[in-house]
Design a protein around this ligand. Structure first.
Ligand code: GSH
Length: 229
């Protein structure tokens, strides 16, 4: 008996935000091909949504789209949200920040390809600033290189999101691991710790052995790869 079906391509990019969470909480789920719903069924499902990921919740026969909304829904279901108003809001803010980074690093989902100059500028300014934003958020809530979490002393959905963002990115593009260790050393440590959690590790080991260092696929991944040195 399944709890969820996740409709996404066999790619880490945005799907891993949901998959790492489902693995962390031990939910019974299967990943289904995005094309089973997208684009033909996107207007006919309960709660229509523009693009994958789509999460189907079996118990309510309900679909959810928009990665941040899906994660917030799951976090509420499994009690992975901080209790205080400020940190609760910061959990959502962190997920939205992650989603912005995904959009920026893919140049608005491949609307234009990277060139050396624009990539250099992005890497040294906005990407570095994004990393520092997460680092400062973590520091404020007691995150250390070898202990703690982004928003306090308990794991929350924000830790899953930040790991799905930077763990996935630096695995796909190891050279960006240097940037993360420079601008956000404590976040780098957090990603390693979250990736080592038992069920997440088993999932990532399997995914990485089949997909290698694939990230978001398509021409935009090829363009990103050309930028790495
Ligand atoms: N804001 C949405 C973005 C969804 C999105 O752009 N999905 C990509 C794949 S990661 C896609 O399928 N785009 C095709 C489209 O928008 O038609 C979310 O966070 O889930």
């Amino acid at each position: 008996m399944l709890d969820y079906k996740l409709y996404y391509w066999d790619l880490p990019f945005r799907g891993n935000f949901i998959q790492l969470f489902l693995e962390e909480v031990g939910a019974r789920y299967e990943r289904c091909e995005a094309g089973d719903l997208y684009p033909k069924q996107r207007l006919t499902i309960r709660n229509p949504g523009m693009a994958p990921p789509y999460l189907y919740e079996c118990k309510s026969k309900t679909y959810y789209a928009q990665m941040p909304a899906i994660l917030m829904h799951l976090a509420r279901e499994y009690d992975y949200l901080p209790q205080k108003a400020e940190t609760h809001t910061l959990a959502l803010k962190s997920i939205l920040d992650c989603n912005d980074v995904l959009m920026e690093i893919t140049n608005f989902y491949g609307m234009t390809m990277w060139d050396r100059e624009s990539w250099k500028q992005f890497r040294s300014s906005r990407l570095a600033d994004w990393m520092q934003i997460f680092e400062k958020t973590g520091s404020k809530h007691g995150l250390k290189g070898d202990s703690g979490f982004l928003l306090g002393d308990t794991i929350s959905v924000a830790d899953i999101a930040v790991t799905a963002l930077f763990g996935t990115l630096t695995h796909a593009f190891p050279t960006l691991g240097r940037d993360l260790r420079t601008h956000a050393p404590q976040v780098a440590g957090l990603c390693q710790r979250v990736e080592s959690r038992k069920s997440i590790k088993a999932f990532l080991d399997k995914q990485r052995s089949t997909l290698g260092n694939t990230y978001c696929g398509g021409q935009i991944e090829a363009s990103l790869r050309q930028m790495m040195d």
